[in-house]
Design a protein around this ligand. Structure first.
Ligand code: CTP
Ligand code: MG
Length: 235
């Protein structure tokens, strides 16, 4: 089956602070989105990239893609996104031609994922897993809390899951296309990743090793780290 990557890039990036939409913020002088697109196109298996642009920025994103050198073998489509990440992903899925049987969903906010991680995800889907997520072990211990009754109040701890069994999940997440489309058509809860929708269908989701450089640029410090990773690569 052919493989396409859907890149949700329609978010504002509120946690990153004021400025352009997060996907269009520069990293090493190049928009974060362009890095993310290149990271997907770096895999020889990926022959189509669908970029889900900010609702009012599809034209700008199209021009950006035209202006940056991208591999010949990869096709590009730009569609406007929605109010939530979930809605943006669904709009991206709607734009997929029928011949794509495997779909990656990759955050524009993870511009530095190495191609080996992308390929490991695709390989696991090819081997028959309906849903595959790259993930890494946690450095911090995680506590489940009862959210504070009022801002600033201390929060009671409810539980401490065993850290060794926890994983921090990254993207690209890889799917059998029909499975992901069904998940998006069925699950209406608010979720923060696509694989959890497949879990809610009762289907198996598997984890493959992620990579520390696949971290998500979320807060200002993440941009500092991303610039440093890029500088190290360019040495
Ligand atoms: N995303 C999207 N459409 C939305 C919201 C988010 O396509 N309505 C995308 C973002 O552009 C990003 C990815 O989903 O590439 C992961 O989301 P996140 O890191 O939360 O980005 P933002 O939602 O933009 O950031 P914030 O939550 O801080 O506003
Ligand atoms: Mg968000």
């Amino acid at each position: 089956a052919r493989t396409a990557a859907v890149i949700p890039a329609a978010g504002r990036g509120v946690r990153l602070g004021p400025g352009a939409p997060k996907a269009l913020r520069a990293l090493g002088g190049t928009p974060m989105l362009i890095h993310a697109v290149r990271a997907m196109a770096a895999s020889r298996a990926v022959s189509l990239v669908v970029v889900v642009a900010p609702p009012d920025g599809a034209g700008e994103v199209k021009s950006l893609l035209d202006a940056h050198a991208l591999p010949e073998r990869t096709d590009f489509v730009v569609v406007p996104g929605g109010e939530t990440r979930q809605e943006s992903v669904r709009l991206g899925l709607d734009a997929l031609p029928p011949e794509y049987g495997i779909v990656l969903v990759h955050d524009a906010a993870r511009p530095l994922v190495p191609v080996d991680t992308v390929d490991a995800v695709i390989d696991a889907v090819r081997e028959g897993a309906p849903a595959v997520v790259p993930a890494v072990p946690l450095a911090d211990t995680v506590k489940q809390v009862e959210p504070a009754a009022a801002p600033g109040e201390p929060e009671p701890v409810v539980a401490t899951p065993e850290r060794a069994r926890l994983r921090a999940v990254q993207t690209p997440q890889g799917f059998d296309r029909a499975t992901l489309v069904r998940a998006h058509g069925t699950v209406t809860d608010d979720v923060t990743d696509d694989a959890s929708m497949v879990e809610q269908l009762g289907l198996a989701v598997v984890v493959v090793p992620g990579h520390e450089e696949a971290f998500k640029v979320t807060r200002p410090l993440d941009l500092v780290v991303a610039e440093a990773v890029l500088a190290r690569r360019r040495l």
